[in-house]
Design a protein around this ligand. Sequence first.
Ligand code: NAD
Ligand code: USQ
Length: 383
Amino acid sequence: MKVLVIGGDGYCGWATALYLNKRGYEVGILDNLVRRHWDNELCVETLTPIAPIQHRLKRWNELTGKNIDLFIGDITNYEFLSKTLRQFEPEAIVHFGEQRSAPFSMIDREHAVMTQVNNVVGTLNILYAMKEDFPDCHLVKLGTMGEYGTPNIDIEEGYITIEHNGRKDTLPYPKQPGSMYHLSKVHDSHNIHFACRIWGLRATDLNQGVVYGVLTDETAMDDLLVNRLDYDGVFGTALNRFCVQAAVGHPLTVYGKGGQTRGFLDIRDTVRCVELAIATPAAPGEFRVFNQFTELFSVGDLARMVEKAGSEIGLKVEVKNLENPRIEKEEHYFNAKNTNLLDLGLEPHYLSNSLLDSLLNVAVKYKTRVDESQILPKVTWKR
Ligand code: NAD
Ligand code: USQ
């Protein structure tokens, strides 16, 4: 099967492109490399030194004999996108190609507008290009668990059945996202749902939780294949950041009370979930939603787990509760369903001591690359 991975130079996309190619899928990567540009804008570098995409792909070919096509360009440019699709003729499109940082989207008006235009227009262009030339292609779109927010009732997978004034219907689950970035994902979900209902396209929205880890079988094969690992206050995410902080002896940055609970998953499960979604496509006209996480943790609990794992390998780790730069609930109910992917055969890599050990060891290996001035959060949600 031919799969186009949009955003294939990024954290989730790179690991997924290699994994799918190794499993026999014919893979193309489309990316405009804008994430590398945003790192430059913020003056940050990933913990791990990532090679240019062309060098990565050449090394992959040398090691495996396999070839991944590369299309460098922007999906907000419809002509480029449409030409690429006609050339590659995908049977599935996996769409990771968005601005994905909540703090980045909250820097100021420009960053909010840029995030929403990039994400919403990019996705709309994909939907129109599919409608035009590839109506049978399956769109696998990376959404986010943050679309739901933190409601005081159980979170279902995309839809909820409601009884109202004696009548009953199954409707899209209410959305209460917490950043301009998370909002862009809600807009995407609505647009994709519309394209399925009205044009009969087929799509799966993967509402992914926070991803952690860096090594997959494929990216671990060679230094040139290493994946990015963001630790800075803008693009770094909770558990990855905590491990890097532990490695350099920086107090772990728990925002506020630390009771914020989210869905989390290992990057080795991200790649598998995407494969499961492609292998059993949505039906024509179907907008399928899977909640893609394997476990729920509060950030305070994660910090304590890193503190313990760090001390076991001789690191002195301190946990510090900082003033929360975001506006979010710090103590709340959170119970989200995640059975759809398990039913398709996902066998989760649950967070274990050995994973924390391995992530801490990667962090220690590259710790001289850490710029400690980039660790504390600088973007605030407050007016
Ligand atoms: P990333 O920033 O590492 O990768 C995104 C890639 O998309 C980058 O290589 C970037 O250059 C590319 N891109 C962005 N806009 C583009 C455009 N207009 N045209 C072409 N390419 C473009 O992000 P990631 O962490 O790999 O996240 C990938 C997807 O998964 C995002 O949609 C994100 O919302 C979602 N997601 C990520 C996480 C996480 O913890 N990392 C969790 C849940 C959901
Ligand atoms: N947090 C801390 N300390 C830190 C970093 C974060 O306490 O040093 C807290 C945040 O306040 C928040 C939670 O941890 O309550 C998660 O923050 P995060 O930065 O790890 O993740 P988030 O901003 O939600 O975004 C990340 C990805 C995004 C994806 C989302 C999945 O960047 O692309 O959509 O995770 S989810 O959170 O399920 O919506």
